[in-house]
Design a protein around this ligand. Structure first.
Ligand code: C5P
Length: 242
């Protein structure tokens, strides 16, 4: 398989007839990968983006950053108005790259701080679903994501259904809670049973906002390697371009 392949354009051009004008102007091409917590979507999305030579975007990082901001400004995560107010007051920016991880920065106490390394923690995991359930927070995140240019692979929970319904290709990754906990433990030093419990709990809280698009291709990754998942997605994308 070649290291980097360009995304086929034929189908996205016909889809652009029904896109908003701003998207046509930028010739946006988006591939969405949705799935539950620790389903392997970020590794798969990064790997796919690298193969296609386009950027990778993590939508979850914006929810994590909103949660970080609430925890650092003593805002109650159940208070939708207060959450929206801090998001409006502190310039919070997600910057995607072609060749490295997304960076997130926030303006706090007169300084712009890079908070990227503080977002993937168990404390944020435990609070983030409470922040993400508020419609005004979701609208704020969706607006930031729709402002991004131009070609990218994005992962999340509702990217294909809600945020980018015109996406070039949509995937939904599934895996059992046990397999997801094992994958999580390879990045973090946690107890296995506690990780399974935390994943099941986050699934329960995220259920409302974790919906696959009707036209998403479902991939069960339990018995697949990361390379196989990426190869499966590439095959679907190539087939769509034919
Ligand atoms: O993808 P990740 O696990 O980093 O997402 C963190 C949290 O952000 C999720 O548990 C969920 O509460 C929220 N989220 C969401 N919608 C998305 C992406 C993430 O509600 N599209």
């Amino acid at each position: 398989m070649p290291e980097s392949e360009s995304m086929p354009e034929s189908e996205s051009m016909s889809e652009s007839e029904s896109m908003p004008e701003s998207e046509v102007g930028q010739q946006r091409q988006v591939i969405t990968i949705d799935g539950l917590a620790a389903s392997g979507k970020s590794s798969a999305a990064k790997g796919l983006a690298q193969k296609l030579g386009i950027a990778y975007v993590s939508s979850g990082l914006l929810y994590r950053a909103a949660t970080w901001l609430a925890l650092h400004t003593d805002v109650d995560v159940t208070d939708e108005e207060a959450l929206f107010a801090i998001l409006s007051a502190h310039s919070l920016t997600l910057t995607p790259y072609h060749d490295r991880d997304n960076r997130v920065s926030v303006a706090l106490a007169g300084e712009t701080k890079d908070i990227s390394s503080e977002l993937e923690t168990s404390t944020i995991d435990a609070a983030v679903s409470h922040v993400a359930k508020h419609p005004r927070v979701r609208e704020w995140v969706d607006t930031r994501l729709r402002e991004l240019c131009c070609q990218f692979v994005i992962d999340g929970r509702d990217m294909g259904l809600v945020v980018f319904p015109q996406a070039h290709a949509k995937f939904y990754l599934q895996a059992s809670a046990e397999v997801r906990a094992k994958r999580r433990l390879s990045d973090r030093n946690e107890d296995f049973n506690a990780a399974v419990h935390a994943i099941n709990e986050r699934d329960r809280r995220d259920a409302k906002q974790s919906k696959p698009a009707r036209d998403a291709i479902h991939i069960d990754t339990d018995d697949m390697t990361l390379e196989q998942v990426i190869a499966t997605m590439l095959e679907h994308i190539r087939a769509r371009g034919r």
